[in-house]
Write a new protein. Structure first.
Length: 218
């Protein structure tokens, strides 16, 4: 078997409004194959506040119950699009790695949904990964250098074992390349003196490690 040729994917949910306020729906979604769940998307929901929402509040009691249930079932908790208060609340109660699947860092690009350095550091302390996106609102630029600047800042805060790619290739964002252009990130990291070992971690190694260590076996 040549595992280098393997292609795999897994199901994730962007915003748990689909739970419709019922904790048992997490079990139903898990049984349907979902293994990562984001707390919020572009609006507040029954679990808590969105970075883009009206309240921007923290986790509700139902939201806390959901996070506990996700951890029990080894579902990855995704903090992309969550309000700062929700991020604080999840990190305060997390006993397993959490992720920010796609976004940016305020230390480079001070936009609404980007992470503070404190949140980057705290996600790393859970063993999680911060995924840096490719679009202008995430990295305050439209070229590969902007993406690499945010990656390197995140590495300086979190450590090289806790930063990965968070493209957001969903057909809505505008990126400087499609997935066939990932070598441009590798090339720019090399140009900026990042070691090949560290590049391998950033370009996928950290995410693969997290998935292997965190996801349930079935």
């Amino acid at each position: 078997n040549d595992n280098r040729r393997a292609v795999a994917g897994f199901l994730g949910i962007e915003g748990m409004h689909c739970a419709e306020g019922k904790i048992e729906n997490i079990d139903r979604l898990y049984n349907a194959g979902f293994r990562m769940m984001g707390i919020t998307h572009f609006f507040d929901n029954e679990l808590g506040g969105s970075a883009h929402g009206v309240s921007k509040g923290g986790l509700t009691p139902f939201g806390r119950d959901c996070v506990k249930k996700m951890e029990e079932k080894r579902i990855l908790v995704d903090l992309a699009h969550a309000s700062p208060m929700v991020i604080d609340d999840v990190l305060d109660m997390a006993t397993r790695p959490v992720v920010m699947s796609h976004g940016g860092v305020k230390g480079v690009c001070d936009k609404t949904r980007n992470l503070s350095d404190d949140h980057v550091k705290r996600i790393a302390e859970t063993g999680g990964v911060v995924g840096i996106g490719y679009w202008e609102e995430a990295v305050c630029g439209t070229d590969v250098k902007a993406i690499v600047t945010s990656i390197r800042h995140a590495v300086s805060v979190a450590g090289v074992d806790h930063v990965g790619l968070g493209s957001d290739f969903d057909g809505v964002i505008t990126a400087p390349f499609d997935t066939g252009g990932l070598a441009e990130i590798t090339e720019e990291l090399l140009n900026q003196g990042v070691s090949e070992t560290d590049i391998a971690k950033i370009m996928g190694g950290n995410t693969l490690r997290l998935l292997r260590e965190s996801l349930p076996e079935s």
